[in-house]
Design a protein around this ligand. Structure first.
Ligand code: FE2
Length: 344
């Protein structure tokens, strides 16, 4: 099975927004982004700029029969997944959104407990795309909360059954979220291809992202089960970002896996928000492995033009891109780790 992006059929029509339409966000007084799940946990990572680390503060005593006194330390755990809690403060009020919810059923809930975040305080969930490493923790949330009367914002392709096909290997089918399970749990499922405001224009969810760079390929080895057979599905059209405008600073853009392309995502955010400056970009940039690493120089050049003050490449970004970003943007680059709170 070929994974060459050139062999894929032409992309479907994008549900793009008229370039003249501006989604004017009402600036927040402050935004806090707390990492609940990421690929990295590191208790010695120091505070840096807006990043506050929990250190051993989140390490509580736990039972360990092999240790003297039968006590050890619990630890924040990392996994190949992503989840952040976004708290938006505006005019004396605040709202809490969960953006993505990790790869395992219990990872996010367990780290919430360790960080003393009450899941009952979440007011909405946005899932960046349908891949399991951003969605499976809904299971743990449902078991913890019982009936969940929360809006969950997704793109319609979120439900697609997908597999990864790499030459020389067996196809790897990815777990897919059950619509029935979410409906039965009480979620208010909001499927949208276009941008959506949340909380009185405090937050903008991009919906489908215009692919304008020409070099960010989506996820070429992906196929989807459509019309009774496996079809190429390289674009991951469900990939969306969350945007908040912070007063006197600019836009905070949060990506999940960045399958739309981190430059595409940032440019689209700027276009939707009428030219507000890019202040921070956080999340997965998906620049690992032989398909994506050759894109790193172009991504760095284009990010340099956008000049964000804060760059937090997380999750699937890949170590070569992490190193390159750190070298190119020594002031803006901040490494992520589970439990880090970014006060933006
Ligand atoms: Fe991912």
């Amino acid at each position: 099975m070929c994974t060459d992006p050139a062999s894929a059929p032409p992309p479907p029509v994008l549900h793009d927004v008229d370039p003249g339409v501006v989604f004017r966000l009402e600036p927040a007084d402050a935004v806090t982004v707390t990492t609940l799940i990421d690929n990295v946990t590191d208790v010695f990572m120091p505070d840096q700029g807006p990043a506050r680390r929990p250190g051993f503060g989140a390490y509580r005593a736990g039972a360990a029969a092999s240790m003297l006194g039968g006590r050890g330390l619990d630890s924040l755990l990392a996994e190949h997944g992503f989840s952040v809690l976004v708290t938006i403060a505006k005019n004396g009020t605040s709202h809490r959104i969960l953006f993505d919810i990790g790869a395992t059923p219990d990872g996010v809930i367990a780290n919430m407990d360790r960080l003393e975040v009450d899941p009952a305080t979440i007011e909405a969930i946005v899932v960046s795309h349908g891949h399991f490493d951003h969605a499976t923790g809904l299971d743990g949330l449902i078991r913890r909360l019982g009936t969940v009367h929360l809006p969950v914002l997704i793109h319609p392709h979120f439900w697609r059954q997908r597999r990864v096909v790499v030459q020389g290997r067996d196809p790897l089918e990815m777990p897919t979220t059950s619509r029935r399970a979410l409906v039965d749990a009480g979620f208010d499922i909001v499927e949208e291809q276009r941008p959506s405001f949340l909380f009185d224009k405090s937050v903008l969810v991009t919906g489908e992202v215009a692919r304008t760079t020409g070099y960010e390929p989506g996820f070429p080895p992906q196929q989807a089960w459509v019309g009774g057979r496996w079809e190429p599905d390289p674009l991951v059209l469900d990939d969306q970002a969350l945007i908040v405008d912070v007063k006197d600073k600019g836009l905070v853009v949060i990506t999940g896996c960045g399958h739309a392309g981190v430059v595409n995502l940032c440019r689209y955010a700027l276009r939707l928000c009428g030219g507000r400056p890019l202040y921070a970009v956080l999340g997965g940039f998906h620049l690992n492995g032989p398909v994506f690493e050759p894109l790193i120089p172009a991504v760095l050049d284009d990010l340099a033009e956008l000049a964000p003050s804060v760059i937090v490449p997380a999750h699937c970004t890949g170590w070569r891109a992490q190193h390159a970003l750190g070298a190119r943007f020594p002031q803006a680059f901040i490494p992520n780790s589970v439990g880090t709170r970014f006060e933006l």
